[in-house]
Design a protein around this ligand. Structure first.
Ligand SMILES: C[S@@+](CC[C@H](N)C(=O)[O-])C[C@H]1O[C@@H](n2cnc3c(N)ncnc32)[C@H](O)[C@@H]1O
Length: 270
């Protein structure tokens, strides 16, 4: 199974899953390995045989969909975004919550992997929340379509390497050693609720002050699906809530969001 064969296969199959081949260029190796294992499990000789198998067993598309999930994440990914959130976005969201007489902020992490993103938010809130946010609590809904990842997220155990972008004071205080890994302490896990959900079918009702949709819809989904997910997120965010996307992603053309002043990858819900 060589690279051009995999590309051709993905070009034919991904549209059937509302995914786009462009998103997979840099991570094709991961998908190729999984497909190769699947071919062995089904005793199929090559991708052509697999394609014919899928045509005869359309339910196999669910398996293929699972094999196309890219699960890379890490704590504090794209540090400058977290700095901007802390310095610029949190104070505004907090002020609005107070004006509305609310005692909390609600956040969504769509495609939360093993919890790295929602737990980064929890740690940021605990260790470097701006003074404007004191007295407010934070609740995070974290969704992913992958049950195994969610299970790992709930356990909250990580190899030290995944934490390398957190500062050492935070690691020392917030994690405890367990079976050769580091486990996030209960008090930091408690404000995150994990839910199994396919974001192509919708996200939880909210309403949210802040939504993360990083390195999922705007990289891997087809354009029409991106627009649908964007409309869904718009419906779940409070007016002037914040949407955060990946540092290297772009939103499709939209009237629903505008950039959060000069900040990269952060948008205001119109
Ligand atoms: C590349 S990771 C991004 C994780 C995190 N947001 C970040 O930026 O570090 C993409 C995550 O989205 C999940 N995912 C893929 N397709 C999904 C879908 N249709 N619905 C919900 N989650 C999905 C994957 O399981 C994976 O955990």
């Amino acid at each position: 199974m060589n690279d051009p064969q995999v590309v051709a296969f993905l070009q034919r199959m991904l549209p059937r899953l509302s995914l786009r081949e462009r998103g997979f260029r840099r991570v094709r190796g991961q998908v190729r390995k999984r497909i190769s294992r699947r071919l062995s499990a089904l005793s199929l000789s090559d991708l052509g045989a697999y394609e014919r198998f899928i045509d005869g067993h359309p339910e196999e598309l669910v398996e293929l969909d699972g094999m196309c999930r890219i699960t890379i994440s890490r704590f504090c990914r794209d540090r400058e975004i977290w700095t901007a959130l802390r310095q610029r976005v949190f104070p505004e969201l907090a002020a609005r919550a107070r004006t509305a007489g609310r005692g909390n902020l609600r956040a969504l992490s769509a495609g939360c992997a093993s919890g790295e993103e929602p737990y980064t938010l929890s740690l940021l809130w605990e260790f470097s929340r701006p003074t404007d946010c004191h007295g407010l609590s934070l609740l995070v809904d974290a969704v992913d379509a992958d049950l195994d990842l969610l299970e790992r997220a709930r356990r909250g155990c990580y190899p030290r390497g995944t934490l390398r972008e957190l500062d050492s004071r935070c690691i020392e205080q917030a994690f405890e050693p367990i079976d050769g890994e580091l486990r996030l302490r209960e008090r930091y896990r408690a404000r995150v609720r994990f839910l199994c959900q396919d974001v192509r079918e919708g996200v939880p009702a909210g309403p949210y002050d802040l939504a993360f949709a990083r390195n999922l819809p705007f990289t891997y989904f087809s354009e029409p699906l991106q627009c649908r997910v964007l409309a869904d997120l718009h419906g779940r965010l409070r007016p002037q809530g914040a949407l955060v996307i990946g540092a290297h992603e772009r939103l499709p053309d939209t009237q629903l969001f505008r950039p959060w002043s000069d900040l990269r990858a952060i948008f205001v819900r119109c």
